[in-house]
Design a protein around this ligand. Structure first.
Ligand SMILES: [Zn+2]
Length: 216
């Protein structure tokens, strides 16, 4: 794994922490490697973390380097095993998405940006069934909620998981999930009911986003 990748992982963790998405040392990030994955360590403040603190694990989670991997390593291992399209996994406790997850509610397709999360249908981004943090049961509930095509889910009474074909993609998606959850909570607080995007509208938005940023 390139040193730049390790630097990017630490920088991404710090940026999410600075944005308030990782309260009290929560959350964790990982990147797939040839031997398994590299993950942020357990219980270290993000501000003090360096590339040397990252822990490389085999695909089954067995540590291949010094240090203690994040307590959610099972979650990351299970996603990399189930989803060949995942090159990076980001887990946060971002406040508004976590609030929604504490009501065991997902995010319906109220804004087209939800299509960043992949094959989103009318149900939107789901909320995975509850299981204790750090357990294989949680890892399996998360993988089940993601299915084959989703790149993000909420975890009941816990937080957010996002995956991506790149670290930047997974981080951007985790941030967007927080944004969408905030929009949904604002609507609910105002007593408004969102008008949900139809399947066809979601498909159009997904096609448009694919071309976004490319020269016309
Ligand atoms: Zn967590």
């Amino acid at each position: 794994m390139a040193d730049t990748d390790r630097k990017d992982l630490v920088a991404a963790a710090r940026a999410l922490d600075a944005a308030g998405h990782m309260p009290q040392k929560s959350g964790n990030l990982s990147l797939r490697t040839a031997r398994g994955f590299v993950i942020t360590p357990s219980g270290l403040p993000y501000a003090a973390m360096t590339e040397a603190d990252l822990v490389e694990c085999a695909a089954d989670g067995a540590p291949l380097s010094n240090g203690r991997p994040s307590s959610e390593w099972r979650l990351h291992a299970a996603i990399f095993s189930a989803r060949a399209d995942a090159q990076a996994v980001v887990h946060t406790h971002s406040p508004r998405a976590t609030a929604l997850a504490c009501a065991r509610r997902g995010i319906p397709p109220l804004h087209y940006m939800i299509t960043l999360a992949g094959a989103v249908g009318r149900a939107g981004i789901p909320c995975a069934r509850h299981a204790t943090f750090g357990t294989e049961a949680l890892a399996q509930e998360c993988v089940a909620a993601l299915g084959e095509g989703l790149r993000a889910t909420l975890l009941a009474n816990h937080g957010v998981v996002a995956l991506g074909a790149s670290l930047a993609g997974a981080v951007a998606l985790a941030r967007e999930v927080e944004n969408l959850a905030g929009q949904y909570l604002d609507l609910l607080a105002a007593g408004l009911k969102p008008v949900l995007l139809s399947k066809a509208e979601l498909a159009d938005a997904a096609a448009q986003l694919k071309g976004y940023g490319r020269p016309a």
